[in-house]
Design a protein. Structure first.
Length: 115
């Protein structure tokens, strides 16, 4: 089986995290793990990206309800389903537009996922 999109999602901070609500509760990678079965090809690099993101999210100390991942199309774009945060699977080429719209709203948003 050949994975059609093994280079994984790319992430960038949108602005600074000033003003984004944080929590004093201890968080772990498990807190950011959803109940969805990961469905990528064996050996796909997306597994490593998912593990890395799950490991650094608790270090940010953000409340999960203030984090959103926006993805586009392709295997790696299933990424939002595998995290216990808000997420959205958008149409091809529109993830940056949707993430920008979220970032400029009154509700603080911490991270953006982009394919």
């Amino acid at each position: 089986m050949i994975c059609c999109d093994c280079d994984g999602p790319r992430f960038a901070f949108v602005g600074r995290l000033d003003g984004v609500p944080t929590t004093d509760e201890k968080q772990t990678a498990k807190d950011y793990t959803s109940d969805q079965e990961v469905r990528w090809c064996p050996g796909c690099g997306d597994y490593a990206v998912l593990a890395a993101v799950r490991s650094f999210l608790p270090q940010l100390g953000l409340k999960r309800e203030n984090v959103v991942f926006v993805s586009g199309i392709g295997c790696s774009s299933r990424f939002p389903y595998y995290l216990n945060t808000y997420g959205m699977h958008s149409i091809h080429g529109r993830a940056p537009t949707i993430a920008t719209g979220l970032a400029v709203t009154a509700r603080p948003v911490g991270l953006r996922g982009d394919r």
